[in-house]
Design a protein around this ligand. Structure first.
Ligand SMILES: Nc1ncnc2c1ncn2[C@@H]1O[C@H](COP(=O)(O)OP(=O)(O)OP(=O)(O)O)[C@@H](O)[C@H]1O
Ligand SMILES: [Mg+2]
Length: 172
């Protein structure tokens, strides 16, 4: 269960289409900074990789983003840009597996960490993070953004930029 405290900012959006979810990712990517951590969670096929593709695009990284399911983490970008570290921890056996594999070291590297199925390693995630939770089926996804203080401004920016894309409506 996700506990909402006053120390978090929250925004729930309804995405009507894949490209709206990708555009939301692009908005995030344009404002993310080195050291940021984005946790994506929701069922299989919820849209986590679609959103990651948008984040990479917004960060100016134009490599094709594919799910890193078998490699756990993939690195995008080089020293000339802010890197994106794209994790898919679905196949990991919880937090211990993550830490024993040395993957927590990525949190201290220069770059943005985007973690699919991140709630599976909830207890070792940095306190400051942007959580993106997907619910829904068919072509509709309710996407909840929950940000700690570091992400308050980013969530406000998302709110002001929603009109840029059709198929993305605020629910709260
Ligand atoms: N509104 C929407 N937003 C995002 N994806 C959508 C939407 N409507 C339909 N889709 C479809 O849902 C699928 C999302 O796939 P994606 O690979 O992003 O899911 P995922 O959450 O990464 O799954 P997995 O847990 O297997 O990695 C795509 O086939 C996409 O076309
Ligand atoms: Mg995926």
């Amino acid at each position: 269960m996700q506990v909402i405290t006053e120390m978090e900012s929250r925004l729930i959006l309804r995405s009507a289409r894949e490209d709206a979810t990708e555009y939301l990712g692009k908005i995030l990517g344009e404002h993310l900074r080195s050291g940021d951590v984005v946790v994506l969670d929701g069922d299989l096929g919820a849209g986590k990789t679609v959103m990651t593709r948008g984040i990479a695009n917004g960060m100016g990284l134009h490599d094709r983003v594919a799910s890193p399911t078998y490699t756990i983490v993939r690195e995008y970008g080089d020293e000339s840009s802010t890197k994106m570290f794209h994790f898919d921890v679905y196949r990991l056996d919880g937090e211990d597996d993550f830490v024993f594999s040395g993957l927590d070291e990525y949190f201290d590297r220069n770059g943005v960490c985007v973690i699919e199925w991140g709630l599976r390693i909830a207890s070792i995630l940095p306190a400051e993070k942007l959580s993106v939770l997907f619910r829904g089926s068919g072509d509709t996804r309710d996407i909840e953004l929950i940000g700690t203080e570091r992400y308050f401004e980013l969530i406000d920016l998302v709110r002001t930029r929603l009109s840029e894309v059709s198929g993305l409506e605020p629910l709260l």
